[in-house]
Write a protein that binds this ligand. Sequence first.
Ligand SMILES: *[C@@H]1O[C@H](CO)[C@@H](O)[C@H](O)[C@H]1NC(C)=O
Length: 391
Amino acid sequence: MKPTQLWIFFSLFGTAILQSNTDVQSLLTQLFTTNNYNTLIRPSTNQSAPKEIDISFNLYGITDVDEIEQKLTTTGWLVITWKDDLLTWTPASYNGLDKLYLPQGNVWKPDVSLQNGFSELEELGSKFIQVYVHSSGYIMWRPFQVFETKCDLDSKYFPFDEQKCHLIFVSWSHSSEDISLTQTSNGIDLSDELESHGEWKITSSSATSELEGVISKVKFTIVIKRKPLYMIMNIILPIILLALLDIFTFKIPADTGERLGYTITVWLSFAVFLTIVSDSLPQTSESVPIVSVYIIIQLFMGTLVVLISTVEAGLVANPDSVPVYKMLRFLALRLRRNNVKSSEDTVMKIDPEISEVTWKEAITAVDTCLFLICMGIFFITTLICFLIVAL
Ligand SMILES: *[C@@H]1O[C@H](CO)[C@@H](O)[C@H](O)[C@H]1NC(C)=O
């Protein structure tokens, strides 16, 4: 039964007869003065039996997922219910009065706390929260809380990652012989007003109660999945575009002065972009995100392109009296032959066997090859990284 249903159930019972303030007054006197209710006593008539505490969790929203601190912040409330054997009365003696609301400090309550909490251990709820007490001894306490929990966030598959986080509640000071925590709900109750988070969506949740040694605990598990669109638009796409821009360096003639300027500019924008991006990337050395590896590969390629361009700029400035390196000549001739074959009808048919090769032609041949190689590497690395991350 949902807590709201319980409330309706109990309040329907209570409205049959009208009670006055004196009924409440005499009930309070009976419970707290005559019976001398003591919040220090675990409310069981049989102190050898463990007190059963039922916990369920209503999630109101995910506030923050912090990859750097490995922290999940959620907002929600617990519904903790138990039976207090010492807070029972016969409603008939009090004009049918069958429920009370008491400040949480005025009744015994279990020392339930977050075991994997991120900050200091604190009492749940606050002074102003009131617990619902039914004449049968049924007590419901609903502390609302911002829960900060440690969560192992694995960003390897960023930005297509899925994270599993736990909220573990224990009775901090009691063993399972005194207090046994149970949960009857199916997973986490997602509040109807569940606030959606811009970056994460909840895919599933579960709840289990387990016994670890003498510690009784209730474990709520949330599985969240990142919505990747923002990261793709703002991080992945610009990197791919910059990498593409870099490869087209090889389409600029090596003997123009602009070429070095172009490569350096692209490299610089890469570096500047990286510093911006690194803030949004998970910063951990535990498992390196594939995206980071991809960025490093592209930056490495970019650096290589700058170096090659520099060397080529030097070579292309050689006077033709300096003989072209054998390898380059071979490459240029191969390419020349291919070009002639593919354009039989051109007027400017060059005899492929003329072995005169200028530096400029040789470097152009090298550029053509490098363009294809770099394009190949770019497509393969992009595809592999994408497949690893997205599948
Ligand atoms: C009290 O609880 C213990 C443990 O559950 C049980 O063995 C015992 O019979 C109970 N005593 C009474 C009087 O119910």
